[in-house]
Design a binder for this molecule. Sequence first.
Ligand code: N01
Length: 539
Amino acid sequence: MTNANDNAPDASTEFGAVVVGAGFAGMYMLHKLRGLGLRVRVVEAGGSVGGTWYWNRYPGARVDTETMFYSYQFSNELQQEWEWSERYPSQGELHGYAKHVADRFELWPDIQFDSPVEKATWDEATRRWTIETADGTQLISQYCVMATGCLSSVNTPKFKGLENFAGPVHHTARWPEAGVDFTGQRVAVIGTGSSGVQSIPVIAEQAAGLTVFQRTGNYVIPAHNRPIDPAEAAEIKANYPALRAKASASFSGNYFPVGGPSAVEASEEERNREYEARWATGGLAFMAAYADFMTSEEANETASEFIRNKIRGIVKDSATAELLAPKQLFMCKRLCVGIDYYETYNRENVSLVDVSETVIDEILPEGVRVGDQVYEADAMVLATGFDAMTGALKRIDIRGVENASLRDLWEDGPRAYLGLAISKFPNMFIITGPGSPSVLTNMIPSIEQHVNWITDCLAHMQGQGLSRVEPEPEAQETWVAHVNEIADLSMRSTCSSWYLGSNVDGKPRVFMPYIGGFPAYTRKCDEIAAAGYAGFSFG
Ligand code: N01
């Protein structure tokens, strides 16, 4: 296998396209842009390909979407030859897959690593972007594609005294490559979202003691991870086109068995049968049990109470079980999938601290202070998530027409046309940006759909001899209004979550992803393309 540094990109700095980010979006974008005959450079902050699956190396990190479907479909050879080992493969296996893709499609020579982008500036006179990395290198390009990821900008809450903690502090999304040995240590974990849910059971097995600080109890469905049976994999591979088409026609772009229309209309017996079956199967498919979870509080409560009762059945200490039992709406925050998550709280060396009302006051050299109580720790893990969807873009000083600043224009929340492009920022595309279904869907199919659409748009421009594309402000505003309007119809926009930006101090509360579903969204994108890219102006 080739390594990231085996091929140094050549030193010239003029490109047809610069892609920021070498995760699954950036890699596929590079492949497709080459197909248009463009000279492309990918600039990546990390030391290898894989994006999410490069950075999130914490113990227990694995995907929670069935991996036969959380994979590229653009190349049949690739999807036929690659062998997944588990239903939910580990970070290491996913990173291995990313490296295999980079090998197979010879992507390495066009990717520049360890190069965080700090500035991107549009020059109207030359119709070119200048993309500047942290070491001052400038790349000039006709097009700029931001493949910066939805969950890549790390959120570290401003805990008073954090810098005074005597031991090491690790964020789950910036885990040391060499790993961390917690043997014999007392570990404090802050955060119980997906990253906490996955890492807590694994850390608990190694550490002498583990104290978990929970602000909000989450709904965690068991993963029931297992090796992939070769016969099952062969059957999926034989039927990939039909299965992929079925997934694309589903609301979340996932291959979930769809349940009934209404949990309220089903009898209690039917409901329990459905919930038990999905609990036994495991994974995110629990969400698809009924269609009215996000429109009816009564329907939602049936699933919530089912899961709370499961927690009460698993966790032996009843006070701990009640603390873990979630109080907020089911599915309002991102659903978690875990391996022995609730069971971990039956271990002698694990304790749970509620910081929902009495918050973390301060970090002391010796541990975490909550009210009068100090919880001593030798090491700390921040599983505190991300500045989602907008963080990675706003971190870069992006300047468009007449020096317009993206940070300023998005001060009250993101505004983008289809989550794909932004008015005042010509020849710039974003992959799975705010206003697209992205994080509410299976990410890899959503990435492929965006990359294909962008490629088609650029091919259209090449065919017409055009060199400038920008969304019209009115089209963008109409789309943003539509995104907000339908978000308001769903209960999903009502509770505090990173979808809404409420996990980051000072971030505006705007429901960022498009909640209308993958099929409705792709239809809209196709219609716009068929109408000559309606809502875009060209020059
Ligand atoms: O981050 P999160 P994550 N004091 O924001 C808590 C994807 N993902 O990294 O809920 C105390 O969900 C915060 O509390 P609260 C997936 O889409 C996928 O876990 O805000 N606590 C919460 O418990 C996921 O949804 C996979 O009250 C504080 C936690 O920190 C997304 O990434 C694996 C706090 C953050 O949870 C993000 O997941 C991992 C404070 N000041 C991630 N600030 C898989 O594929 C924050 N918290 C499996």
